[in-house]
Design a binder for this molecule. Sequence first.
Ligand SMILES: [Fe+2]
Ligand SMILES: [Fe+2]
Length: 303
Amino acid sequence: MELEIGTQGTIDAVRGDLESVLGFKPDEIRGLPSDFLHIDLAKPGLHTLWMRCRNGEPTLLHAFAIHIEGRTCVYLAPVFDEHSLEVKFAYQSALFRGLAFAAEYGDPELLNHLARVERYTIWIAKDALQWSQADVARITLAAYVHDVGKSAIPREILYKPARLTPEEYRLVQTHTQKGRDVLTQIEAYVQQECAWLYDEKGWQWAKDVALHHHENWDGTGYPTGVSGESIPLVARVVKLVDVLDALLEARPYKEGWPLEKVRREIDAKKGVEFDPYLAEWLLAQDWNLIREIACRSPMRVEG
Ligand SMILES: [Fe+2]
Ligand SMILES: [Fe+2]
């Protein structure tokens, strides 16, 4: 949709379906000063701004204004249309993948670990919790950044090829609060710089996962020692899949465990470390599926 603003600052022409977005018929606003819709409409460049609808409600639009021979042409597109959630998720996915990659840069297994965590998370959110597509996407995005706080832990401790001292271990544990802090800071920048890409629930879940993915159901975990259903559900899910993957896969310092041994471990720790409902659900599944999920090609996160 397009507006043409004349040299006197009045709306001279309206093209496209302005009525479905702002509620005005072309005749109603033709000849009116452009600041009737928004004060900055005639400023050249790309803006994202609130505009007045006919019913008095504001709506957020992208406005691209160019000057041609003293006149201003403004091309308008709604920010919140039926694709807005997908745009937010695509943006957040790129941002969170990049953050996760930077946080543990140098770990050769990182991308494989994140890809498997992503697939297990989608499996549980869809099949065990029956969440909506949007919430499945949100928890998957949150799972990417569970260890983002490792960016603030010295590399020589993070990748130390020997047992950590108690003091070093305490420092590593702080990756939880540091992760939450990093995300809180980036969240503020997103709200400030590109509010139209901000998904409040998705950011809240990411912060919850970063802070609480090492809590235990019985309250013996870290950093807060919160227990049971007071641990955000998203963090309980990511804890389970993170440990599941850590046990199954070989790392430089350990062999991968056989499926049966991992099953016994999850069974022993349900209601102790893990949410008993989620652990029960996992134990009741066909465990041949787990190997298959681990090896699947990457899925797309959809809104
Ligand atoms: Fe962690
Ligand atoms: Fe992890």
